[in-house]
Ligand binder design. Structure first.
Ligand SMILES: [Fe+2]
Length: 277
């Protein structure tokens, strides 16, 4: 995607993740209607970022991998007419996604150039597993992409967090071959940002390798949130949210989380039995 740079010196991206849609549009996850909360977050994006360049959705798009959930997501995104790039999470079925999600506005492309930046979308999904892993083929492909673009500032996205985020239960199910991934990041200083979902919380930290310094971001879910810094799984009462990123031409970034102000989407703390992410 080529973007005219006449209108400013940054790319504006809204990161939405872990939408967990069901086949039925009114079904609840921990008391939250995931379809309605996704729609509300999208409306917030439209209102607060009328000039957003693209949406980035990093997995667990569906809770039940149903055809209907992907079709409804596609139809919703088509109505908003914002270019959207999606990748899969542990709850998704990539084959079903590939068949029912893409459209004029919704892409499963694995890399794109926009403005001065390159965006690379990787799969960290392990079939039938909750934790993540970047397969050797994925890491080879990543290096090919990095070698093909010189020093274009690069954002890498995948589902599972690339670093420990301080909750032992979550850190045990994030990316399990982090060392291999960071060894590559160490050799390509154009990598500026790594962004993930899966943890349903806001996390923002600089990861220092020997030769590189990379901003590690995890964003809240568009539905239920998980409490940070807890030894075991706990639901948080924070509202659904998205992350806004401004990617500047010089490789610097600005980012902040936007939460819905409405109390409409509060979790049902009595209904909690969540075992798989
Ligand atoms: Fe999730």
């Amino acid at each position: 995607m080529e973007k005219s740079l006449d209108t400013g010196n940054f790319i504006s991206i809204a990161h939405l993740t872990d939408t967990h849609l069901f086949a039925e549009s009114d079904r609840l996850l921990v008391g939250i209607p995931t379809d309605a909360s996704f729609q509300a977050v999208l409306a917030e994006v439209k209102q607060t970022l009328p000039n957003v360049d693209l949406l980035l959705l990093t997995g667990d798009l569906s809770q039940d991998s149903s055809i209907e959930s992907y079709q409804r997501m596609r139809n919703t995104l088509n109505r908003h007419q914002i270019p959207t790039y999606c990748l899969a999470g542990n709850h998704d079925d990539l084959a079903v996604m590939q068949k029912h999600l893409p459209s004029e506005y919704v892409s499963l492309a694995r890399s794109l150039n926009i403005g001065n930046w390159k965006i690379i979308l990787l799969s960290s999904v392990v079939i039938q597993a909750v934790q993540g892993y970047l397969a050797k083929s994925e890491l080879i492909w990543l290096e090919e992409q990095l070698n093909s673009e010189g020093d274009r500032p690069t954002l890498i996205a995948f589902h599972h967090p690339a670093v420990a985020i301080g909750s032992p239960w979550m850190d045990g199910i994030c990316l399990t071959n982090q060392d291999q991934f960071w060894e590559i990041c160490d050799r390509y200083p154009q990598i500026k940002v790594v962004i993930n979902g899966h943890a349903h919380q806001d996390f923002d930290q600089i990861h220092q390798t020997v030769h590189n310094s990379v901003r590690c971001l995890v964003s809240p879910s568009t539905c239920v949130q998980f409490r940070p810094q807890t030894p075991t799984f706990q639901v948080d009462t924070l509202a659904p949210a998205f992350r806004h990123l401004r990617l500047y031409d010089d490789g610097s970034i600005q980012t902040e989380v936007h939460r819905l102000k409405s109390k409409q989407f509060s979790p049902d703390l009595q209904a909690i039995s969540y075992s798989d992410d």
